[in-house]
Ligand binder design. Sequence first.
Ligand code: DSN
Length: 430
Amino acid sequence: MQDPQAYFATRLKDTDREVFDAIAGELDRQQDQIELIASENLVSLASLDALGSVMVNKTVEGYPGRRYYGGAEFADTLEQLAIDRATQLFGCKHANVQPHSGSQANLGVFLALLKPGDTILSMDLSAGGHLSHGAKVNLTGKWFNVVHYGVRPEDGHIDMAGVERLAQEHQPKLIICGGSAYPRAIDFAAFRAAADSVGAWLLADMAHFAGLVAGGQHPHPFPHAHVATATTYKNLRGVRGGITLWNDDAMTVKLNSGVFPGVQGSVILNAVAAKAVCLGEALKPEFQSYAANVLANARALAASLQARGIDLVAGGTDTPLMLVDLRGIGLTGNVASEALERAGLTCNKNGVPNDPEPPQVTSGLRFGVSAGTTRGFGADEFSAVGGWIADVLEGLAESGPGDNGAREATVRDETRALCRQFPIYPDLMD
Ligand code: DSN
């Protein structure tokens, strides 16, 4: 048997080199690549401390003051702190900070407000919606009757007239706004009017722009939405997880029961600790500047791409993300994202509205600026990033992946040099 004192006192690097080396490799990658995946960010060292804390050992079920396990004093303090910070940040009465992810938060809302077979009206995945909003391959698409709205072909903005028409035609119980690749601001009041016209609930999924809402840079879902969900790890700059927010006292028992015991068991308390840290950070005045910088940087990157003749779906962005339509330059998302990764620019291939290509290929790329903004990039750096993206894509379009190596290597030198001007996590694994 291992000596218990050694078990409690030996660091990872001295006990499991394989795991340590994989994590160290990922740290190197994050330090030296420009992260443009819209669902990523870079958490603070304080968040990492909380996530790696002894809260990981504690099992609780239920809610603060109403637990099924003993020893919950500090768990209660922590979870209540996270709840209070979430409600203060988003200016609402109630929050549930237990969802393990945005999808779990959404599923909890479905369980609270719907019965299997009920009708949901949500944005089509191909228009920028999300799997958990009723995509056919997701549980929500199998257990509910899902009707999708899309975007207008002429400008790529949400087709609100279509939302109103489909609501009247299908009488949904729930309408969802928000998604994972829609770049424009959402008119929550118009969605609420559509919901009210048929007596439906309105769920606002603000996973990709929650930080902008908190920082006053995007319209607020409240008072329009009955319930809002968000992830904490994207634009909100915290660790992986979800939150659910609402105002109506009468919905509290249902929405809390939807999360626990509805779709989850015990709480991941170390994640709740780290969520409390990120929510506390977002309440500080510096976060207002961060949110303003995210929006300015997104627009700088979008403008630099458009200046090089690269098409953006919906003509630009009001959020941390943008969606490139590669059809104009004759490329596909898979080939383009692999070339950009070789050049030190990490992003994801993404379908565009009415995409003729399958999901493993796609005709688009999705870029987000939340992580780059966290490491200190401003509009100048994002304009440079846009130029490098255009260099790689133009080279790829002219010569194909086989002959683009020199250009990718030149850009790789530039991206590495920029990353080293804006270092992250110094000495973390020494
Ligand atoms: N929802 C996925 C995304 O937008 O990338 C993962 O968070």
